[in-house]
Design a binder for this molecule. Structure first.
Ligand code: PMP
Ligand code: GLN
Length: 379
């Protein structure tokens, strides 16, 4: 047999699949992979049912997305962030995962370099490598996980092309401040870099914080892909409806990849998504309150445990520092087998620093009964 793709064959099973499988095997409470175990709002599910019943919704949409959804997205960015994305600057994708893949491959050539803040969401490295790019890592040091200008600048070379930003940040729960976003923007402009900004947790921000898309900063819209998805905001990770917004020239390249990748995202749920976006203004306060309560329940309760919880500012994850001398993978397996609780060992999100091996990531997007049972086992 001839040699298979050299990069694809180096990838391992994702840590999310691995730990969820192990959690099921030992019937552990699964606080690992990020998805809610409770029902999405009934009105949203009804929109999906109604949509599937319309026969013509069950065929392909235009490759760039259902016109109604693209229009609603354009309105949404204006209303929420005063960001003016025209319909030719928006592409509907199969979740944010596909948006990330298309954005990276639309920008990168073999030999380019990308900057990743570690801990990083696992797909960033894989898609950069597939595009033939080399990744450089900037460690956000625990427990503050702050962005620091000199740490970024010393990794910039004349080959650097893309900065991946995830804000609010999985797995640390950071919501980067204006100052931190300004550092990234300043360096992106100074060195003429693109930013791929993954904002899937944009509405999961706590304690009165607000999310700021980096594209709203002066000089940034023209060099940024703003990505997000319906999965987190509406609690429907399986719908896989996401999107990518960016300047027309960048969008054209992204659409070229998207059309030969999936052609279009699933159409019936695009109709439902368009209607859901019409209701998002009323829905968000209630959504935030549900998650803020869960965050408080989990974080406050874990203060009594041997795990030192790092309070998240956003997302539905919380990192916890392990007792000295423990390592994440062993601790994680012990926790699954002995206490029946699964979490993610964050070393999977690091390439350079070994800080990840001193923590665990918990997902608190679970119904209160599940959370309370897990807390009982953890404290
Ligand atoms: N980016 C981040 C930071 C994530 O945590 C996730 C996982 N849910 C995704 C992207 C993937 O989003 P989607 O499920 O819409 O593909
Ligand atoms: N985003 C989810 C997490 O961080 C996982 C998504 C996936 O399994 N690919 O847990």
């Amino acid at each position: 047999m001839k040699e298979l793709n050299r990069i694809a064959t180096t990838f391992k099973e994702s840590i999310f699949s691995e730990i969820s499988r192990t959690a099921n095997e030992f019937q552990a409470i699964n606080l690992s992979q990020g998805f809610p175990n409770f029902h999405a709002p009934e009105w949203l599910l009804e929109l999906a049912r109604e949509s599937v019943n319309e026969n013509h919704h069950n065929q392909y949409s235009p490759s760039s997305g259902n016109n109604g959804l693209v229009h609603e997205l354009s309105e949404y960015y204006k209303r929420f962030y005063n960001l003016d994305y025209q319909t030719n600057e928006i592409t509907v994708t199969a979740g944010c995962t596909e948006a990330l893949y298309c954005a990276a491959t639309a920008l990168l050539n073999p030999g380019d370099e990308v900057l990743l803040f570690e801990p990083f969401y696992d797909s960033y490295l894989a898609i950069s490598q597939l595009a033939g790019a080399k990744a450089k890592f900037i460690t956000l040091e625990k427990p503050e996980f702050k962005i620091n200008a000199s740490a970024i600048e010393k990794n910039i070379t004349n080959k650097t092309k893309v900065i991946f930003l995830n804000n609010p940040h999985n797995p640390t729960g950071r919501v980067f401040s204006h100052e931190e976003l300004n550092i990234i923007a300043g360096l992106a402009i100074k060195h003429d870099l693109f930013v791929i900004s993954d904002e899937v947790y944009e509405h999961l921000v706590f304690d009165g914080k607000r999310h700021t898309p980096i594209a709203t900063l002066e000089g940034m819209k023209e060099r940024t892909f703003t990505l997000s998805s319906l999965g987190k905001t509406f609690g429907v990770t399986g719908w896989k409806i996401g999107w990518a917004c960016g300047p027309e020239v960048m969008t054209k390249a992204l659409r070229n990849i998207h059309q030969f990748n999936v052609f279009c995202a699933n159409h019936p749920f695009q109709f439902a998504a368009a209607k859901a976006l019409q209701k998002i203004d009323q829905y968000i306060p209630e959504f935030k309150k549900i998650y803020e309560d869960k965050k408080n329940l989990f974080v406050n309760s874990l203060e009594k445990s041997e795990l030192k919880i790092i309070k998240p500012e956003g997302t539905y994850f919380a990192m916890a520092e392990l007792p000295a001398g423990k390592s994440d993978v062993d601790f994680c397996l012990e926790l699954i087998k002995e206490k029946g609780v699964a979490a993610i060992p964050p070393s999977a999100f690091y390439q350079e620093s070994n800080e990840g091996s001193k923590m665990l990531r918990f997902c608190f997007a679970k119904d209160n009964d599940t959370l309370n049972r897990a807390i009982e086992r953890l404290i």
